[in-house]
Unconditional design. Structure first.
Length: 162
């Protein structure tokens, strides 16, 4: 079996036709710019935590050939991933830095984070938060709503995104 752009002679007829069609797709098909957003939580040089809105471009990539390209943004190398559940009454009210750089995606429930500069953001299901405030004053966290919180936490390397 070969991938799109390669020798299709060994592919089944339907897959070979799809592969050939993929190669014929005009770049105009993917001219639309797709974007994704996440929130970055970081500590400045004085140790105060802040939020920053980050937007990334998603570029067409042959992600799962021979399927059509998908729009992708490579973010950060991951070290491990965990599912983390916080019950509704979990207490994160004591200011704390993130234990390590991590990317959190909310799967269920909502939570709020308050930075040391007093900014508050809410993170409902589907939201992404990049935590890079591993030093300094930290932040507080609280589960909001009537549902337990479930996030996937992806531990990242030490290099900050700046």
């Amino acid at each position: 079996m070969t991938v799109a752009g390669g020798d299709d002679r060994r592919l089944p007829a339907r897959a070979a036709a799809a592969s050939a069609a993929l190669r014929r797709v005009s770049t105009d098909t993917y001219a639309k710019t797709y974007k994704a957003r996440y929130i970055r939580l970081y500590a400045d040089e004085r140790g105060e935590s802040h939020f920053a809105d980050v937007e990334v471009d998603l570029e067409p990539v042959e992600f799962a050939p021979p399927a059509a390209p998908l729009n992708v943004a490579a973010l950060f190398p991951a070290q491990r991933s965990s599912l983390v559940c916080a019950p509704v009454d979990w207490d994160g009210s004591v200011p704390h830095p993130s234990p390590h750089r991590q990317l959190m995606c909310t799967l269920r429930g909502d939570y709020e984070v308050t930075t040391s500069d007093g900014s508050v953001r809410r993170f409902p299901a589907g939201s992404l938060l990049l935590l890079e405030d591993t030093t300094g004053a930290g932040h507080t966290t609280r589960v909001v709503g009537a549902e337990d919180l479930l996030v996937i936490a992806i531990t990242l390397g030490d290099e900050e995104s700046g």
